[in-house]
Design a protein around this ligand. Structure first.
Ligand code: UD1
Length: 357
């Protein structure tokens, strides 16, 4: 059984899957790599493959954007056809994007074994599209690879047999460890006109934060306030870009907007930031591994280890609370924390060992 296919679809998938592809290759297995095409802009897709040392996908399903249902359905139709032609024995998916759940459904219907990298995370908020994708994928997967102990508990609580759950650690942190030195060598803060430890980094793209004009306006107000004390670099996601154009934003000189950044540039910026403000899932984990304070602009997190064990703090979506949370960060000393268990740069190797055993 060595006809494996790894699937990626959207930006956060690439850094989770690249180490898995490499670890399988190190054990003599070259999996096929399929890109669903959920993300398609150069800045959201192609730029990452070279940097992460990942082979170019052998197939791009070209599904593009659309409503969640349409996007999911398009991936299903195209991936079923791929499977019928290529007959994979095992398919690996990562994270919680629409492509992940769509591929899981196809595998279940065709009786193909499925491995889920980053299994078991739960925000317990079904209004998040990612939560629905996580639940669906986990309940269809045969091999569930988890990043933190809360995920093991969630899966067992949902009745998933223990034998399917493999606590392996975090492959996103494998990528971080592999590339941090190169990223820092580029000193990306210089090109952005900043000094080490004297700027913040912002990312916002959750539909609940950016799709509605008044919500986004409130958040932009809090960033404006924070930027009076700390200049902010803000790479804008295409989804957010559309909404910002909709509200006709006046640009502050201390919030520096830019296009989405390549992986190494963004990693380098995070690693030397005074703090990061985000609503992303993965960035909560990366800042914990880097020991950089993170303010998460959400009411919940599916990654509680980053709060209990790491540098993450949930500040919610109320602009005043966000500014208050930022003040606290400025006043707080952050010591050296040990990383969460198994975030040691070797998660993908453990995944490859489980698959091959
Ligand atoms: C998706 C994931 C989210 C992940 C995020 C990272 C789901 C449900 N959401 O959200 O979990 O955190 O990716 O970025 O899968 N667009 C472009 N160019 C692109 C891709 C998208 O312009 O390359 C625009 C399109 O107008 C599209 C919108 O961005 O409608 C949103 O893209 P979509 O793939 O639907 O979801 P994301 O918000 O990116």
């Amino acid at each position: 059984m060595t006809n494996f296919t790894c699937v990626v679809g959207a930006r956060p998938n690439y850094m989770k899957m690249a180490p898995v592809v490499a670890a399988l290759k190190g054990r003599g297995i070259v999996p096929a790599l399929v890109h669903t095409g959920q993300h398609y802009d150069e800045s959201m897709s192609a730029v990452f493959f070279g940097e992460l040392g990942m082979p170019k996908p052998s197939r791009n399903l070209g599904v593009g954007s659309g409503t969640h249902t349409l996007q999911t359905a398009r991936v299903m139709v195209a991936f079923e056809e791929y499977c019928q032609t290529n007959q994979p024995d095992l398919v690996l998916v990562g994270g919680d994007v629409n492509s992940t759940a769509a591929v899981a459904l196809v595998c279940a219907k065709l009786g193909i074994r499925l491995g889920h990298v980053e299994s078991g995370l739960r925000s317990f908020d079904r209004s998040m599209p990612e939560e629905v994708n996580r639940v669906v994928t986990d309940h269809l997967a045969d091999l569930l690879f988890t990043t933190e102990e809360s995920a093991n508990e969630n899966l067992m609580g949902e009745g998933i047999p223990d034998a399917r759950i493999h606590f392996v650690g975090n492959t996103m942190i494998d990528s971080l460890d592999r590339h941090l030195e190169t990223a820092l060598g580029k000193e990306p803060w210089v090109a952005h006109g900043m000094k080490e430890n004297e700027y913040g980094v912002v990312t916002l793209h959750r539909p609940s934060n950016v799709d509605e004009g008044s919500q986004l306006e409130g958040l932009m107000g809090s960033l404006e306030e924070i930027s009076k004390k700390l200049p902010l670099i803000y790479p804008v996601h295409p989804r957010t870009q559309k909404s910002l154009e909709g509200i006709g934003l006046t640009v502050s000189t201390n919030v520096r907007f830019c296009a989405p950044l390549p992986y190494l540039e963004f990693l380098g910026l995070m690693a030397r930031a005074r703090c990061v403000l985000t609503d992303s899932g993965g960035i909560q984990e990366e800042t914990t591994a880097l020991g950089i304070p993170c303010l998460t602009i959400r009411e919940n997190t599916e990654r509680p280890v980053t709060v209990r064990h790491g540098t993450n703090r949930l500040v919610g979506v109320d602009p005043e609370n966000i500014v208050r949370g930022f003040q606290d960060v400025l006043n707080q000393e952050y010591g050296e924390n040990p990383r969460p268990p198994l975030w040691d740069g070797h998660a993908a190797e453990r995944i490859a060992d489980v698959i091959l055993s």
